[in-house]
Design a protein around this ligand. Sequence first.
Ligand SMILES: [Zn+2]
Length: 206
Amino acid sequence: MSHSSINNMLACHQCDSLLPMPLLSEGQKAYCGCCGAALFSKKKDAINRTIAVAIAGLLLLLPAILLPIIGIGAAGLYNDASLVDCITVLIDTRNYIIAFAVFMFTIAIPTVRLFTALYISLCIKFNRTKPSLLVFFRSYHILDTWTMIHVFFMGVIISMYKLSSLADMTIDGGLFSLVLLLLCSTLVSVTMDQHSIWHKLEQALE
Ligand SMILES: [Zn+2]
């Protein structure tokens, strides 16, 4: 079997049968002919939707970092803090690991994810596929496993919101931006058609 014909085959992840790569139109889903397992689907308007979500997420980045996320009032004093303030306080109080985790999961990982998703989508939209895109796409793939952390962080934020009705605490614009940013970062894995991107990159590099 030649190299190109192996590339046009697909192994079922359930029963390991080797199947010819089906050609789908948008919105269709492929199933294994032997065991009926869902193989992959071709998402609707994947590139444009991913670009829109990634740009929205990146625009939310600055307000999420710089606007105050919470305000706490006690004994007539009122204090509010942005995400950067929170991280600075954590470093000052020598909570280095927590500071690092907050930075990674609220700023670094969503930013890299959104940026790589935007870059890959733009390159494919304008037919500028090049070998370096594979490196970008692999790094995106690795970060994809961390999306569950976003869901966890959103849970933390929602419980903070519930707490704010008990204590003299207010939720500020920065926190809403942060929630929307994490939402965009999660949504990118819904809009992005990873299967067709792998396929397009493989074709371009042959
Ligand atoms: Zn199968």
